[in-house]
Write a protein that binds this ligand. Structure first.
Ligand SMILES: [Zn+2]
Length: 181
């Protein structure tokens, strides 16, 4: 990842992709849509955030684990790790274009029809890949189809599991000692 590819998420509206990793097979209930039979690998979800706080606020919500489960993606997110976020501040809502490009990418599978697509005619906004999907490959495909598209950048998702444990351990060490008696 080069410096030009990375950018902190701001409060501007735009379209984003979450690249998630699932390590264990699991059957994940997804609200009224049914169950997602998750298998180890990578899940890629396309969404957009044109409300208050834009892409930054929406992705901060996706990163939080403790929250009411509202969107389809919340159910999968609670059982997986966000590796990367790809995003654009293009003024046009690009999530449906992105979903269709993802669906035609090599190795794309449709784990559950209708996922994230309650309000549109896309078959799904979630795709499964056995191998980690390529940001540069995706950006190339978008540019080939849509020359007027705004810049697409990416940023890191969660810290890795080892780092997370280390941070949790430090928090425990720094916590005040329990008082007895
Ligand atoms: Zn759609």
């Amino acid at each position: 990842m080069t410096a030009a590819d990375t950018s902190p998420l701001g409060s501007r509206p735009g379209t984003y992709i979450l690249v998630l990793e699932t390590r264990k097979a699991a059957v994940i209930p997804v609200g009224r849509l049914g169950s997602l039979r998750a298998c180890p690998g990578f899940y890629v979800y396309a969404g957009s955030a044109f409300g208050p706080g834009g892409v930054g606020a929406r992705c901060a919500r996706h990163l939080r684990l403790v929250k009411p489960l509202h969107w389809h993606i919340d159910y999968l997110r609670s059982r997986s790790r966000i590796l990367e976020i790809w995003f654009t501040y293009d003024a046009i809502r690009r999530e449906h274009l992105w979903a269709s490009i993802l669906g035609r990418s090599p190795g794309a599978g449709v784990p559950l029809r209708g996922f994230g697509a309650s309000d549109c005619t896309c078959p799904t906004h979630l795709f499964h890949f056995a191998a980690r999907p390529s940001f540069l490959g995706f950006r190339r495909r978008v540019r080939r189809i849509c020359r007027a598209h705004g810049t697409i950048s990416r940023t890191r998702g969660e810290v890795n599991a080892g780092e997370r444990e280390a941070v949790a351990g430090l928090r425990k060490l720094n916590a005040p000692l329990p008082r007895y008696g």
